[in-house]
Structures are given as structure tokens and as C-alpha cells.
Design a protein around this ligand. Structure first.
Ligand code: GLN
Length: 278
């Protein structure tokens, strides 16, 4: 029977070609199979795997070796220290998006009781993490994809919050209900259509969450156009953008004549968030 250490060695080797984090990936997957954490595995290398554990581990490693993201294999991803369910119906939450959430929290004091909407919420990571940290806020999550909203509902329950879910295209569900928000968060699709086929992310993650049209800004442009109609005076909108889109995003937002508009870089120094204070 294979031991934990031997199984990890073999899996690391078979992941080498595919992943820069081969050893870590192998540990995360075996931890999943054994129902233990990575520290336990490392301390118990001589333990034998049961045949069902060995079989399940091989199956998961084979999926990872095909390039499937760890988050889809494990059906979960941490974001802002919270646990989110993910499926191929939604984009996997990225650490870069935590900047957007930090800006939202800096804007909203702990007793903030305004209305917040996350548009194109997908897994709901931004809006749901916000809801856990600002419990008096009224939070609305929208998405055009019913399958994505199903995932977001699981996440709301998992994180103990109770937002409103609205299905529809960008701001239309808010406009239809006459909603006005104080804070708007969105990580819309912003990849240029022509870049998509060549990108690793597009092999597994939903195109509907990535494809931003010719310049990548189709959805952001449409959202900005309708923004004043769903915002309270003085509202803040925070939109994630691609690293090459800062200048054009600023130009689009300035057309709204906001009080303040900025593009903020992420920790890697790349343009990441469009900040529009109406
Ligand atoms: N962060 C994704 C990327 O890998 C893009 C996400 C998006 O389009 N919102 O570029």
C-alpha cells in the first residue's frame, strides 16, 4: 500500500509539467481526500492510504494535470479569509479583487447601513464578504446567469448573510425596481475577445464572466452609462478593470462629471480598480 509520502512524491512529479506549485497542489488535493490539513500529511508521511483514498487521489491529480484549477476540483476558494463555493458557472475569486473590497470597506464605516449592490456577482465573493463585515448594510447581488446566482445563494448561506438576489443584465434589475444604491461593486468581464482563446483562464472559467468585447470594456461602458440612474447622490462605484484599461476607463467615467474619479493600482502596481465618486 502506498504511503502518504510516496503518494505525494508521485503526484508532485506528475504535476510538474502543468503547475508551478506542483508539491503544494499535491498536498492540497491529498489533504482533501484524507480530510486532514497539510500539516498533518507532512507529519504522517509513513501512513498508508486506503485503496479508495489512493484511487480518489489519483483521479483528482489527473484532473489537475489536465489544467483544471484547484478551486474547481475542490469546489471551494478562500477570499478575504472566507470560504466560498465555486463551480464552473462562476469565475474563481482572485486575490487581486481584495483591493476592491478593501476600498469599499474604507468607504463604509462599521455601522454603514446604506444599500450596496454587487453587479455581475458570480460567486458573490465581493458582496457577501462585504455583507459579513458590514452587517447593517442592505446588500443586493445581481447576475445575468441563473447558474451563477445559485452559487451565490450557497455562499450567502455558508457565510451567514442574507442579501437580495436579482437576475438580469447589469443594472437593468435595479432600474426595473427603482433601486438606488450608495455603493456599487463590480468585477465585470473585461478581457478583450481576441485575447480570450489564448488565455489559460478561458480553458476552464466561464467565457460569459471574462469576455468584455473588442476592447474589453463593453460591459463597463454600458454600466457606466446607466450608473447615475441607480446611484444616490454621493455614491461610490468601484469597478475592477484590466491593467491596460486605466486611461480609457478614466475617460469613460469622466463623462459622468463625478466629484472624483481615480484608477488605483493593485499590489503588483498594475491598474486594477476604477473609483468613481458621484
Ligand atoms: N482576472 C481575470 C484575468 O485573468 C479577468 C477577470 C475579468 O474579466 N473580470 O484576467
Amino acid at each position: 500500500m502506498k504511503t502518504v509520502a510516496a503518494a505525494l512524491r508521485a503526484a508532485t512529479q506528475s504535476l510538474q509539467a502543468r503547475s508551478d506549485t506542483d508539491a503544494l497542489d499535491a498536498q492540497v488535493l491529498l489533504a482533501e481526500v484524507c480530510g486532514r490539513d497539510r500539516a498533518w500529511l507532512l507529519a504522517h508521511g509513513d501512513r498508508p492510504l486506503t485503496p479508495p483514498q489512493a484511487r480518489r487521489f489519483s483521479a483528482l491529480v489527473a484532473r489537475r494535470a489536465q489544467g483544471e484549477p484547484l478551486a474547481y476540483i475542490r469546489r471551494r476558494q478562500a477570499f478575504f479569509d472566507r470560504d466560498f463555493h465555486v463551480s464552473p458557472a462562476v469565475l474563481i475569486p482572485r486575490p487581486e479583487s481584495e483591493l476592491l473590497l478593501e476600498l469599499a470597506l474604507a468607504h463604509a464605516p462599521p455601522d454603514f447601513s446604506g444599500t450596496v449592490a454587487e453587479i455581475g456577482a458570480g460567486s458573490g465573493a465581493l458582496g457577501i464578504a462585504f455583507a459579513t463585515l458590514r452587517p447593517r448594510a442592505r446588500v443586493i447581488l445581481t447576475d445575468i446567469s441563473p447558474a451563477a446566482l445559485t452559487v451565490a445563494r450557497v455562499n450567502a448561506r455558508r457565510n451567514g448573510v442574507n442579501p437580495t438576489f436579482l437576475q438580469g443584465d447589469l443594472l437593468l434589475p435595479l432600474l426595473a425596481r427603482g433601486e438606488r444604491v450608495d455603493l456599487l461593486l463590480a468585477n465585470l468581464p473585461y478581457v478583450r475577445s481576441e485575447d480570450l482563446p489564448g488565455l489559460e483562464v478561458s480553458r476552464h472559467e466561464p467565457w460569459i464572466a471574462l469576455d468584455g468585447g473588442a476592447e474589453g470594456l463593453d460591459l463597463i461602458r454600458r454600466l457606466l452609462r446607466d450608473l447615475p440612474r441607480v446611484c444616490q447622490p454621493g455614491a461610490l462605484a468601484l469597478l475592477e478593470i484590466g491593467m491596460l484599461q486605466g486611461a480609457e476607463a478614466l475617460r469613460l467615467a469622466r463623462a459622468l462629471r463625478p466629484r472624483q474619479v481615480r484608477v488605483l493600482p493593485d499590489l503588483a502596481g498594475l491598474d486594477r480598480v476604477l473609483y468613481v465618486h458621484l
